[in-house]
Every structure is written in C-alpha cells, then in structure tokens.
Design a protein. Structure first.
Length: 186
C-alpha cells in the first residue's frame, strides 16, 4: 500500500516540462558569453540581496533559462554573406533598399540570394526588413518625442497613412495607441 501524500508533498510535485527535457545536460557557455554573464549576475544578486532574495533570483533564473533555451534551439544564420547583410540591415533599417541591392551586397544572384536568405533566417528579405522597421518604429514611439509623422518620414514612408497601416497590422494597435499604452511597450 502506497502512503498518501501530505499537503506539502502535493504542492511540490514536479510537473513535466518538455522544454527543460530538451536542454542538454552538459553545455559549454564559451560560445554564449551573454549566458555566462547572466549566471554571474544571478550569483551576484543572490549574495547581495537582503530582501526578496528567492523571488528575485527565481525571476532572473527563469529569464536565464529562457535565454539558454533560445541559444540551444534558435537557428542563427551561419553564411557569412547573410550575417554581414543582417548586421548592415540591423544597423540602419530605415535605409530601405531593393532585394536586388541586397543580393549585390552579398555578391549573389537574386534567386539564390532569396533562397539562401530564407533558409538562413526563416523569413524573406522583405519580411525581415519590414520587421526591423516596425521594431524601430515602436522603439522611436516609446523613446522619443518625435511626432508620428516625423517617425514615418525618418523610416522612409512617403506619408503617415501607409506607416500607420503597416504599424497597426504588425503591432495590432495604432502608433498613437502604442505610444500611450504601457502594455504595448518594448
């Protein structure tokens, strides 16, 4: 006969977690310095905290484990031509260029460039660029006092109307509502 579980034993039952089960049991942090820095920061927080130590460390540890999961499971582009283009696009998303210009930047024919970009990033070049522009727009709405029209102009839109339409479609809210509502902020 199996003994019955006490109230406290039932509270501490470990539920299965597929994401944790897929993480490797041995993992080098050498290729992921942000993970090493994160675990060092958690250790520092634990030793320096006087109040709410467990809650603070648990929250940081949860975030660290999510970062670890992403480092293990998210595919990062490996082709040097695409990596170089992504660095360029990430540094200046407001400079909209054609796919032909991007393929020339990589030294590839347009068809092969499109196929390689999709394979490396999981997105088409235009969709990737659109995502960057919309993230930059959200950042500018929150971090600057520029008008929505000025932001649209800085991001290369001819007027506020297509900008607002694209922004609303991407973020699910208008630019002015995004700026006012703290729940939508980055």
């Amino acid at each position: 006969m199996r003994p019955s579980l006490s109230f406290f034993d039932r509270l501490s039952i470990e539920l299965p977690c597929d994401e944790l089960d897929r993480l490797p049991s041995v993992f080098s942090l050498r290729a992921h310095p942000h993970l090493y820095d994160g675990i060092a920061m958690i250790a520092r927080m634990y030793s320096e905290s006087k109040f709410y130590r467990s809650e603070t460390v648990n929250s940081f540890l949860y975030g660290w484990m999510l970062s670890w999961h992403n480092a293990v499971n998210v595919q990062h582009p490996s082709d040097y031509r695409i990596v170089r283009l992504l660095e360029y696009l990430n540094s200046r998303p407001e400079h909209g260029q054609s796919v032909e210009a991007w393929s020339r930047f990589c030294g590839l024919k347009r068809t092969y460039f499109h196929e390689l970009f999709l394979r490396e990033t999981g997105m088409t070049p235009k969709a990737y660029h659109h995502q960057l522009v919309m993230k930059r727009a959200a950042h500018m709405l929150v971090e600057t006092d520029l008008s929505i029209t000025a932001i649209a102009e800085k991001l290369g839109y001819p007027s506020i109307h297509p900008f607002s339409r694209h922004f609303s479609s991407f973020h699910g809210t208008t630019p002015s509502q995004y700026r006012l509502n703290p729940l939508h902020r980055i």
